[in-house]
Ligand binder design. Structure first.
Ligand code: KIV
Length: 281
């Protein structure tokens, strides 16, 4: 049996050039299947706001939402390392609140690390959370909580200025104690360059194959989020269609009376029915 994956394994993988595998999960059965399938780390991403709760972006997700889903994922996980997102505005109102919220995710939720978005602006929060004993994963490039600043889902780091900013932010996160950094929708050559300069692993999403690991949103890879399919993802199975077909078949079976059959029912002795009848009600 594989041992539990921890922050030291993130560093070992970086040193040995072994790719780190990570996917999001938001519930017990998904986490359990992923864990049993050998994933290294599971992210309870605030993408749950869109793919599970039906919001248009991640800005409506609350700390309570993240704690609730983290508990379910942790219950389904034996070996994979669970990392949970600090949601929008939960680490922007001062160090005390950032550390308290990160603490809630670990103490109540049971995750082993937290992820937050941003570079220079959140460096003091990263330092304080790490000092409190909670490992922090950074997140740069396209940071979904800033969707209203970016004006939509757009690749970041395509100009000299923005690429420089992402590079410097990644180094600052590393110096502040982050154990890894997600690079989202960063041009693959920029991501490759930054990954090669960092001592901590860079986990890519839409940032090419040369990052130290990859993360994707599970609903995208299984076809359960049908609103849109991001360019950077890969659909391995269409469970959305499978679910739709199953529901359609169930509905027509029930309406036509072909389900349930005797096989799906429980039997009883005739005397029980006779007794009911004798009540004369
Ligand atoms: O919330 C999330 O799922 C994420 C990934 C996109 C990295 O942050």
């Amino acid at each position: 049996m594989k041992d539990k994956f921890t922050v030291s394994n993130f560093q070992d993988c970086k040193r040995n050039g072994k790719k780190i595998t990570m996917l999001t999960a938001y519930d017990y059965p998904t986490a359990k299947i992923m864990d049993e399938s050998g994933i290294d780390a599971i992210l309870v991403g605030d993408s749950l706001g869109m793919v599970v709760l039906g919001y248009e972006d991640t800005t409506r997700v609350t700390m309570d939402d993240m704690v609730h889903h983290t508990k379910a994922v942790v219950r389904g996980t034996k070996k994979a390392m669970v990392v949970t997102d600090l949601p929008f505005l939960s680490y922007h109102k001062g160090i005390y609140e950032s550390v308290s919220n990160a603490g809630r995710l670990v103490c109540e939720g049971g995750c082993k690390a937290v992820k937050l978005e941003g570079g220079e602006d959140v460096i003091e929060d990263v330092k304080a959370i790490t000092r409190a004993g909670i490992p922090v994963m950074g997140h740069l490039g396209y940071t979904p909580q800033s969707v209203n600043i970016f004006g939509g889902h757009k690749a970041q780091g395509k100009t000299i200025e923005t690429a420089k900013k992402i590079y410097k932010d990644a180094l600052m996160l590393q110096d502040a104690g982050a154990f890894a950094v997600v690079l989202e929708c960063v041009p693959h050559k920029v991501a490759k360059y930054i990954s090669s300069k960092l001592d901590i692993p860079a986990i890519g999403i839409g940032s090419g194959a040369m990052c130290d690991g990859q993360v994707l949103v599970v609903h995208d890879i299984i076809g359960m989020f049908r609103e849109f399919t991001p360019k950077h993802t890969k659909k391995y199975v269409d469970m959305g269609n499978a679910l739709e077909n199953s529901v359609r078949s169930y509905v027509s079976d029930v309406v036509e009376g072909s389900f349930p059959t005797e096989k799906n029912s429980f039997t009883v002795e005739d005397e029980v029915i006779d007794a009911l009848d004798k009540l004369g009600l």
